[in-house]
Design a protein around this ligand. Structure first.
Ligand code: ARG
Length: 229
């Protein structure tokens, strides 16, 4: 019985952009992914009776991949925005994020207003790119990954990075601690959601599974594992 159930498990094709620790990133010395999003979607998939299959791609390729049926869901620290809601559906929010500014240690930038006319590095297709483009006179350099944006800051090709706070804060405990610092607080709250094709019943199923993980304490356990209390 058990064997039969496992064999016939439906596959859930999950798209992500996997250079986004602590949400999705490769396990040390392996191609397998780990992180909060990865463990969350694995737990949700299990609850729903799916075998989860991760598919990596560029962040800006995720929504097109949903709409061309190449993936079933996307989990990628993706902010629920009105613009995206026009083209895909989202689950309830599973994490509250917000943007943050990172600069080199010797910088005298104190706030986003100090970035006028400066060079800002960010990741393509993200809310960080949108925010960067609102800064008057700024030159915006958009990279495929958040790590490349951070490297540009390190190498002196940009004056600041604008990106998701939890990712920048994580980076500050690793490669960033030698050369970078953060500026101020998180900007306005950004809820992360799991994206599905418009009209897909997966959104409702995922919401139900998410509510169950919250009720059972499994969600809290994952949250604490990746973010502390
Ligand atoms: N939260 C931001 C957005 O939705 C950035 C997400 C980037 N995610 C990633 N896996 N690279 O635009």
């Amino acid at each position: 019985e058990e064997k039969k159930a496992a064999d016939s498990a439906k596959v859930l094709r999950v798209g992500t952009e996997p250079v986004f620790a602590p949400f999705e990133f490769p396990k040390e010395g392996s191609k397998d992914l780990t992180g909060f999003d990865i463990e969350l979607i694995e737990a949700l998939g299990k609850k729903m009776g799916y075998k989860v299959e991760m598919v990596s791609m560029g962040f800006d390729a995720l929504i097109p991949a949903l709409n061309s049926n190449n993936i079933d869901v996307a989990i990628a620290g993706m902010t629920i925005t009105d613009e995206r809601k026009k083209v895909v559906d989202f689950t309830e929010s599973y994490y509250t994020s917000g943007l943050m500014i990172m600069v080199r240690k010797d910088s005298n930038v104190k706030s986003i207003d100090d970035l006028k006319g400066k060079t800002i590095a960010c990741q393509i297709g993200t809310t960080g790119e949108n925010k960067s483009r609102t800064v008057e006179g700024a030159k915006v350099k958009a990279f495929n990954t958040q790590d490349e944006a951070s490297l540009e800051l390190k190498n002196g090709g940009a004056d600041a990075v604008i990106g998701d706070a939890p990712v920048i804060e994580y980076y500050m405990t690793k490669a960033g601690k030698d050369f970078a610092k953060t500026v101020g607080e998180r900007m306005e709250a950004e809820p992360y959601g799991i994206a599905v094709k418009k009209g897909s019943k997966l959104a409702g199923d995922l919401n139900k599974a998410l509510a169950e993980l919250k009720k059972s304490g499994e969600y809290d356990k994952l949250y604490t594992k990746w973010f502390g209390e």
